[in-house]
Design a protein around this ligand. Structure first.
Ligand code: PEP
Ligand code: CO
Length: 448
């Protein structure tokens, strides 16, 4: 770690994607309040996640990173948090049971409120407006008042993150995530779908295995690993003043931790070494990640590794490729080889969502399940050919019965996109598409 680093050093560097806050005084007051609020996560937890990711880097575990594209201030209920957790737990069980590999469960949740935009303004209903940048910055409502950045939203985001995390901790440690509950995670609207039925059969096998162990005299009640799960949080570290205010020195080690989440990542638009975002992440002791798009060269990625993982620490850095279906065979081998030759023990994960977005006939942004699956297949094939471990997947999903992505075994058709399209940003897999995907990934992990 560079000892001259401070949480505010990014302010001297070019910082992309930062909102133009209208009132510096309100901004100042808000940041002061934020920096006095309790941390959301603790340094020791971030270190535990890094150890878990080190196992992924070593090829001994698999990373499932999943959640909303953008969490919403308008959709904030216990039910929606529970249902998102349910689908992630279901996917994890499918992967663990189906492939026999431990799964590191990392939510895009409890802080995923900021969105990078390709353009600072957009033309809606006959007028130019500031683009929607996520509820931590402005509202999605297309009015000038709604779209004007409001720094006090950072406090709302903090409090919503705290409540979300509180509920996640209760659910994952308080009995809900107990393996004997595996049937109850299948939601009613999913149960009838092919993925849901497949899941029910798998849950019945798990029940039978648990009954067998009990009958053999094994005291399952004493096994914490069957009753509780470790569930970690992550988001894109985009709004640097928010992340700076949440960054604190760990009293045990003296190291800096961003206490807004266990892991933060830099996006495809802000991953330049020498830029403010990479500099900010470079000084944190949390595990960190970076998105890698199709234009990244091997030299770019090695530069990023040098900035974010100078000590070559297993689990410190996750590289999330988002190339688009059809592109990995030409692009990924060079990246894998360059990072391997530079000696960085990174986790390689595949985001099959962001390279596969297109606008459907009705003008809705969407993604097709087949493209998502194709990109994951290519990721596995290229990693395997290069002798690298295909370490994880990164997906945008919701526990709700939405119609935002096309396809899946319980097929969503183009003319159904209008039915339940509720995302505030990118289209998400619904619960049955997510389960379907998990079964396919489990097959790939088994080597089929
Ligand atoms: C995202 O993860 O929502 C995102 C914007 O991704 P990327 O930076 O890969 O475009
Ligand atoms: Co997205």
């Amino acid at each position: 770690m560079d000892r001259s680093w401070t949480p505010s050093r990014w302010r001297d560097l070019p910082a992309e994607q930062q909102p133009e806050w209208p009132d510096p005084h309100v901004l100042d007051q808000t940041l002061k309040s934020l920096s006095a609020l309790p941390p959301l996560v603790f340094a020791g937890e971030a270190r535990s996640l890094q150890r878990a990711l080190a196992e992924v880097a070593a090829g001994e575990a698999f990373l499932l990173q999943a959640g909303d594209c953008a969490e919403s201030f308008h959709d904030f209920t216990a039910d929606s948090i529970r249902d998102k957790l349910k689908v992630i737990l279901q996917m994890a069980v499918v992967l663990t049971y189906g492939a026999g590999v431990p799964v590191v469960k990392l939510g895009r949740i409890a802080g995923q409120f900021a969105k990078p935009r390709s353009s600072a303004t957009e033309f809606v209903d006959g007028q130019w407006l500031p683009s929607f940048r996520g509820h931590v910055v402005n509202d999605d409502e297309p009015t000038l008042a709604g779209r004007t950045p409001d720094p006090t939203r950072m406090l709302t985001a903090y409090h919503q993150s705290a409540s979300t995390l509180n509920l996640l901790r209760a659910f994952t440690k308080g009995g809900f995530a107990d393996l004997s509950q595996v049937h109850t995670w299948n939601q009613q609207f999913v149960a009838g779908s092919p993925g849901g039925q497949h899941y029910d059969a798998l849950a019945a096998e798990i029940d039978r295995a648990l009954r067998f162990m009990r009958a053999c005299g094994i005291n399952l009640g004493g096994e914490a690993s069957l009753q509780q799960v470790d569930f970690w949080t992550s988001h894109e570290g985009l709004i640097l003043s928010y992340e700076e205010a949440m960054t604190r020195r760990d009293s045990l080690t003296g190291d800096w931790y961003d206490t807004s989440a266990h892991l933060v990542w830099v996006g495809e638009r802000t991953r330049h070494p020498g830029g403010a975002h990479v500099d900010f992440l470079s000084g944190l002791s949390n595990p960190v990640a970076a998105k890698i798009g199709p234009d990244a060269t091997p030299a770019d990625v090695v530069g990023l590794c040098a900035a974010l993982d100078p000590d070559r620490t297993p689990g410190r850095l996750t590289l999330i490729t988002r190339l688009g279906a059809g592109r990995a065979p030409a692009i990924l081998p060079g990246l894998l080889a360059a990072v391997r030759d530079a000696g960085h023990p990174v986790v390689w994960a595949c985001d099959p969502m962001h390279g596969n977005t297109f606008t459907g006939q009705g003008g809705r942004k969407t993604r097709h399940f087949d493209h998502v699956l194709a990109e994951i297949r290519e990721f596995f094939a290229v990693c395997r050919a290069a002798g690298a471990w295909p370490g994880g997947v990164h997906v945008e999903l919701t526990g709700d019965n939405v119609t935002e992505c096309l396809g899946g075994a319980d097929e969503v058709l183009e003319n159904q996109l209008e039915l339940r399209y509720t995302t505030t940003c990118d289209p998400r897999l619904n619960a049955s598409q997510s389960l379907d995907l998990a079964f396919h990934v489990a097959d790939l992990l088994r080597g089929h």
